[in-house]
Design a protein around this ligand. Structure first.
Ligand code: ADP
Ligand code: MG
Length: 229
């Protein structure tokens, strides 16, 4: 237990450092991005090299921006403002935000919402951040044309369950066991902070999150809330 405590303190410390750096980097990055947009206006469309380099700079600035967002999200102490609301509505709203992306890649979406769910105290903004992270992971794991994202809600005894499944590349049991670790990533340009954030958010809602996966077959996440009664 004391080893866990040391580990927790270390994580809190790392989080604090990450947060400070992220804040410090954000302002100059915003300035850089704005200046870049200005510069883009000045580059004549027929100067190919200049436009190529411009795109490289802008892609990399975007990548730094994403890292900063992930760092800030993952290390933020979660202060919730929960409001009793419909889980189904919140899931639909979040899914709508990635539908363009799914359509662009010709991926299918299957949604089934139980109509008898009790309202759950949820912080809408934070819960949406969690769902978006999971949907984007699913999209990144699937192949265009073949991808199918499935989203179900249902009741089981005193529990409300949200299931998010994809038929993407799946994970080994080794990957699965590291899934929620900060900075664990299987991607070339990943931050490995997405699911750390997701888990923080779900846990601060007193929910549970579990994953199942099979290489080549896909991955399922189960988010579970106990209903009061
Ligand atoms: P990132 O997306 O930046 O890599 P995450 O914390 O969101 O960080 O995810 C960590 C890793 O877990 C991913 O890099 C990937 O290897 C694995 N992973 C997460 N979700 C899925 C999924 N739906 N299918 C397959 N692998 C996944
Ligand atoms: Mg991610």
């Amino acid at each position: 237990a004391s080893r866990e405590l040391v580990q927790a303190e270390k994580l809190a410390m790392t989080g604090k450092i990450a947060r400070t750096i992220a804040h410090e980097v954000r302002n100059p990055l915003t300035n850089l991005t704005l200046a870049l947009e200005q510069l883009k206006e000045e580059i004549p469309a027929d100067v190919e090299d200049a436009n190529l380099y411009f795109d490289i700079i802008s892609r990399n600035a975007e990548r730094i921006g994403k890292l900063i967002t992930d760092l800030l999200n993952s290390s933020k102490p979660k202060e919730l403002s929960p409001v009793k609301q419909s889980l189904n509505a919140l899931v639909k709203e979040s899914l709508d935000l990635v539908k363009d992306r799914l359509k662009l890649k010709n991926m299918a979406v299957v949604e089934e919402y139980a109509s008898d769910l009790p309202d759950i105290p949820l912080d809408g903004d934070q819960f949406k951040v969690a769902l978006l992270n999971m949907f984007i992971n699913a999209i990144e794991a699937m192949e265009a044309e073949l991808g199918k994202l499935q989203v179900f809600t249902y009741r089981e005894d005193n529990y409300v369950i949200l299931e998010i499944s994809d038929n993407g590349k799946g994970m080994t049991s080794q990957e699965l066991s590291n899934l929620f670790q900060p900075y664990f990533t299987g991607k070339k340009e990943g931050t490995g902070l997405g699911l750390t954030t997701v888990q923080n958010i779900i846990h601060s809602h007193k929910g549970r999150i579990e994953a199942e996966s099979e290489v080549g077959a896909g991955t399922s996440f189960y988010i579970t809330f106990k209903t009061q009664s």
